[in-house]
Design a protein around this ligand. Structure first.
Ligand code: GDP
Ligand code: MG
Length: 363
């Protein structure tokens, strides 16, 4: 089992990449599993990944490089025992520093059957300037942590902008391999990139040989884990990933009473997202992050995203859905807005807009 970590700020295209890369590998005959970590109380991406044909396991409520470290170990073991896939793709939260996760996994002593592939960091080119301006240190660290950088959303930028961003990335990490692409489009560069992942990754570490000797028995690893947990408890301040980006998050799930049609669902999802965005703009007119809504109508599945103050609601459709009950989840993780405010906005918007549109919901 080879583990690939796909990191990157909120909305940079991690889930899109996991689905594209996972399905590409699957089509080539490999078995693939996915672990998705959400900071919110409710996982969202896992459902979408499953709907897109991959086996995934969600790990909500925390960060796998810190509070969910034990859960990460347990889940990797579980995936190995249940599926033993050729590739395990891990999508951490958008505020995680991936090298920390890799270091954790190296200490887990899975034996020679498990190896670490490269750390991949996704960069959303369309927000690179703003992210560097406000969260330069943290974005720089995500780039420094990467064996491979995917400069994504090429379709939203011109050649000159892409060249400038690429030069900046290269100046931050001279060792990393950079692919400029759009994860929404088929391209030769995508194929080349996945084939690099498929082959022995020559720029990354060949994991096992570089795993530090932390003892081979479970017991001998305990002091190591304990000391890391201590470190984790003290990261409420400057070493906390959320602190670096000043991101708060909130998520909630609802059920639909009765079924709604595709057009009605489209109107509903866009209405909810637009209203949440407008309310958040009232608190932080230049927010960055990810507002997401995942809706099962009973027959189709929709995912809507807004990734910044200047982004429009973008809806992706998959169907027919495998689930029969209508339900939806709303998630917001944005910069410089308090969690209570996000909770209040989501609750108010969902309640009032459902009522106005004549859609009956329950929690
Ligand atoms: N225009 C454009 N949008 C993209 C691209 N890749 C992803 N997206 C969109 O960006 C939004 C966030 O993507 P997602 O994969 O959920 O990001 P994550 O938060 O990093 O997992 C979604 O609306 C995607 O459809 C791309 O290459 N071009
Ligand atoms: Mg995601």
């Amino acid at each position: 089992m080879r583990i690939l970590i796909l990191s990157g700020f909120l909305g940079s295209g991690k889930t899109t990449s996991v689905i594209r890369i996972g399905n590409y590998l699957k089509a080539k005959g490999y078995t693939v599993a996915v672990l998705v970590n959400d900071i919110g109380d409710v996982g969202v991406d896992g459902q979408f990944i499953n709907e897109n044909g991959l086996t995934s396991k969600e790990m909500p409520r925390g960060c796998i490089c810190c509070t969910l470290r034990y859960a990460l170990e347990g889940n990797i073991s579980l995936v190995q025992a249940l599926y033993d896939p050729d590739f395990l793709l891990i999508e951490p939260t958008g505020v995680a520093f991936p090298l920390r996760i890799k270091e954790q996994i190296k200490k887990m002593d899975f034996g020679p059957e498990v190896s670490m592939g490269p750390i991949i960091t996704l960069i959303d080119g369309s927000k690179f300037g703003e992210l560097m301006e406000h969260y330069g240190e943290a974005i720089t660290k995500q780039i420094q942590n990467a064996d491979m950088v995917l400069l994504n959303k090429k379709d939203l930028l011109d050649r000159e902008q892409l060249a400038q961003i690429k030069a900046t990335i290269m100046s931050i990490n001279t060792q990393t391999q950079i692919y400029v692409l759009s994860m929404k489009e088929d391209s030769e560069i995508f194929t080349t990139m996945v084939e690099t992942l498929e082959s022995d990754f020559k720029y990354g570490e060949s994991l096992i040989s570089t795993i530090p000797d932390v003892g081979s028995s479970k017991n001998s690893r305990d002091p190591e884990i304990t000391s890391n947990t201590q470190e984790c408890k003290t990261v409420d301040n400057e070493d906390n990933d959320l602190y670096h980006f000043n991101v708060n998050s909130y998520a909630d799930s609802y059920e639909l009473s009765g079924t709604i049609g595709k057009d009605e669902a489209m109107e509903f999802i866009i209405d909810i997202m637009d209203n949440i965005k407008t309310n958040i703009l009232g608190i932080n007119p230049r927010f960055l992050g990810h507002l997401k809504m995942f809706l099962h109508t009973g027959t189709i599945t929709m995912k809507a995203s807004v990734t910044s103050y200047h982004d429009k609601t973008h809806v992706e459709l998959i169907g027919p859905s495998t689930k029969s009950a209508g339900k939806f989840t709303v998630f917001a993780a944005v910069t410089d807005v308090a969690r209570d405010s996000l909770a209040g906005i989501i609750e108010d918007v969902v309640t009032s807009r459902s009522c106005s549109l004549g859609i009956t919901i329950s929690k």
